[in-house]
Design a protein around this ligand. Structure first.
Ligand SMILES: O=P(O)(O)OC[C@H]1O[C@H](OP(=O)(O)OP(=O)(O)O)[C@H](O)[C@@H]1O
Ligand SMILES: O=c1cc[nH]c(=O)[nH]1
Ligand SMILES: [Mg+2]
Length: 217
């Protein structure tokens, strides 16, 4: 897996990350969602530099200009719920991409901190031999992304995979590197050192799905 740690260098990206982490600013859920969307736009722009390009002539009212345009068949697949604002940010830039949605949630046994990932809903166009962009803001243990990849693999094999994540843990990054194919790229804005006993990223930001859409039962 090739790691692209975009937040490692100073840029405006880190002011969006600071706002989604900040316990006061993140109370504004509209701003939280919009910041995740803006991070999707920045990561999408960086990712676009790795796509395949060919020459195309564009006719202006006054002449012709040869330009390099990407020709990948993109499928943008996001993991519900927290993936939705990140999906919108990516779609703002990759406006011709096809779209897929998949659900993944943590299922806990009673009074147990251990959990397994349940993947249920999967609505997708054909992914075979296409460029798959898999979006989820949080990469904690990495189990959701791997479970989602296994579910997708049962149906089709993408040509290449680009994971787009906002905040990850070192452990989660290592886990997906071990369990996803070699031609996978990870585009990530921030990597934190720790996970707590409940599998939350420390310091992270809390629960991205709840911050974007409210708490669930
Ligand atoms: O790397 P992992 O340990 O698998 O954890 C990361 C997952 O947890 C979050 O989803 P969550 O289960 O909270 O669902 P939600 O988006 O509905 O809140 C997040 O959006 C990831 O999908
Ligand atoms: O830190 C975490 C871990 C999982 N899901 C989140 O939203 N945050
Ligand atoms: Mg959540």
């Amino acid at each position: 897996m090739k790691l692209h740690y975009i937040g490692e260098n100073n840029s405006v990206l880190n002011s969006f990350i600071a706002e989604i982490r900040d316990k006061n600013t993140q109370k504004d859920s509209l701003r939280f969602r919009r910041n995740i969307e803006r991070i999707g736009e920045v990561l999408g722009y960086e990712l676009s530099k790795q796509l395949s390009y060919s020459s195309v002539y564009i006719e202006t009212p006054l002449g012709k200009k040869k330009m390099q345009l990407s020709y990948n068949d993109l499928v943008l697949c996001s993991i519900l719920r927290a993936g939705l604002p990140l999906h919108q940010g990516l779609l703002n830039y990759f406006d011709k991409a096809e779209n897929a949605f998949i659900s993944a949630y943590r299922s806990h046994k009673k009074n147990d901190e251990k959990f397994e990932i349940v993947v249920e809903y999967f609505a997708s166009p054909e992914i075979e031999n296409k460029t798959l962009l898999l979006a989820d803001p949080m990469l904690a243990t990495g189990k959701s992304l791997v479970a989602v990849y296994e579910a997708i693999k049962k149906k089709s094999t993408p040509k290449e995979i680009h994971i787009v994540a906002v905040i990850g843990s070192k452990e989660g990054v290592d886990f997906i590197a071990e369990n996803l194919p070699e031609n996978t790229h990870l585009w990530i804005a921030a990597i934190d050192s720790n996970l707590n006993s409940k599998g939350y990223i420390i310091p992270g930001l809390g629960d991205a799905g709840d911050l974007a859409f409210g708490s669930k039962l």
